[in-house]
Design a protein around this ligand. Structure first.
Ligand SMILES: NC(=O)c1ccc[n+]([C@@H]2O[C@H](COP(=O)([O-])OP(=O)(O)OC[C@H]3O[C@@H](n4cnc5c(N)ncnc54)[C@H](OP(=O)(O)O)[C@@H]3O)[C@@H](O)[C@H]2O)c1
Length: 338
């Protein structure tokens, strides 16, 4: 057991919280210990899945991520899981886990309200990379050549957000401040009416509208959850409908974009760019053809790095709701898978 600390309960027995996050359990436990003084928590941090398993009979609440669903299912007293990531695909890929969520054996909440700002900066930064033609400037520096060109304007271009949830909404707000037009696609659609949508979206599509949606965009940002429905959703055939000048930016999960199809589409000249923060296999193997394509840019899943203090603040808000029977933030639906 890496760390242990008992905070005195104000009333009753302290709630028993098991903390685990790959390589970050200590950071999370420390942030929780600092913020939760007097809240009535007994905190244990596991620095490996084996250590987490040792606590299976003890844990009532789990705060963290990256632990296999089987291990969580093996914890008989577990009543609430606060996942420390926004995406729950790792655990929701396990049918027994989905059933435990659906039947209310335990509650699953994920992170909301934390990743919108950093992911918006990532997406808009790469949009500017394209319109400012930054590769051309880097080449001019290498050539020591004063070579004037006219950068494109970002204002007036159209950004499509595949996914208009917690993150998509934040991206749309910031994109509108730069005078981008925003289209969105969501599972529930919206019958083309932006009236019921948050923020400055001019058109809303449902999943059936995907071909028309992608065909009208200058930038396609993928902010969907990975579920059975969205796996491979952005196929090569869909990507080939994009404009030859357009860019794909995937910050969601690698499994949503078909990588072979993406390489074929790029080879056919549509889209022009692909910026991938996530790939089907992570870390992306050095042998992947994605590394060798000149118009594919890879970042190592760092677009939405979180600070433990932010996750702990959400956890403590949710703890109050959990104890008082109110609705928690970021509740995951067993039926929808996100
Ligand atoms: N790169 C990173 O570091 C990083 C960081 C944070 C998050 N992420 C990823 O971003 C994802 C999105 O996060 P979020 O918090 O914005 O999720 P969210 O609030 O649950 O929003 C998901 C959006 O996707 C839509 N959607 C779901 N299934 C769909 C389908 N089959 N067809 C069309 N639209 C569908 C939803 O439609 P409705 O509005 O109709 O429900 C909703 O608009 C996470 O699941 C995670 O994988 C990555």
């Amino acid at each position: 057991m890496g760390r242990e600390k008992t905070a005195t309960a104000m009333t009753g027995r302290p709630s028993r919280v098991l903390v685990f996050a790959p390589d970050r359990s200590g950071e999370y436990a420390e942030a929780l210990e600092q913020a939760a003084v007097g809240v009535g928590l007994e905190i244990r941090a596991a620095s490996s899945p084996a250590e987490a398993w040792e606590e299976r009979l003890w844990a009532e609440i789990f705060l963290g991520a990256g632990l296999e669903a089987e291990l969580l299912l093996g914890m008989p007293s577990l009543r609430w899981i606060q996942w420390a990531w926004a995406g729950v695909d790792q655990v929701m890929g396990n049918p027994a886990f989905v059933s435990a969520v659906s039947t209310g054996r335990f509650l699953l909440t994920r992170v909301v309200g934390v990743f919108g700002a950093p992911l918006a900066e990532y997406i808009l930064g790469w949009c500017l990379f394209v319109t400012q033609d930054m590769p051309r400037t880097l080449q001019a520096r290498r050539d020591r050549l004063w070579r004037r060109f006219t950068p494109e304007r970002l204002a007036g271009k159209r950004l499509g957000l595949a996914g208009m949830g917690a993150i998509g909404t934040e991206v749309a707000r910031r994109a509108a401040a730069l005078d981008l037009e925003v289209w969105a696609l969501r599972r529930s659609g919206g019958a083309g009416s932006p009236a019921s949508q948050p923020g400055p979206v001019t058109r809303i599509f449902g999943p059936d509208g995907l071909p028309e949606f992608v065909g009208g965009l200058d930038f396609l940002a993928v902010v969907l959850p990975l579920t059975a429905e969205t796996r491979g959703f952005i196929s090569g055939d869909i990507l080939r409908l994009m404009k030859p000048t357009a860019a794909l930016i995937n910050v969601a999960r690698g499994g949503i974009v078909e990588e072979r199809g993406l390489l074929d589409a790029l080879g056919a000249g549509r889209p022009a760019w692909a910026v991938l923060d996530v790939t089907a296999q992570e870390p992306l193997p050095a042998t992947s053809l994605l590394w060798s394509h000149p118009n594919v840019l890879i970042t190592p899943h760092h677009a939405g790095i979180s600070r433990p203090a932010d996750i702990v603040a959400l956890f403590l808000r949710n703890l109050v709701a959990f104890r008082t029977g109110r609705t928690l933030e970021g509740v995951v639906s067993g039926d929808l898978g996100y």
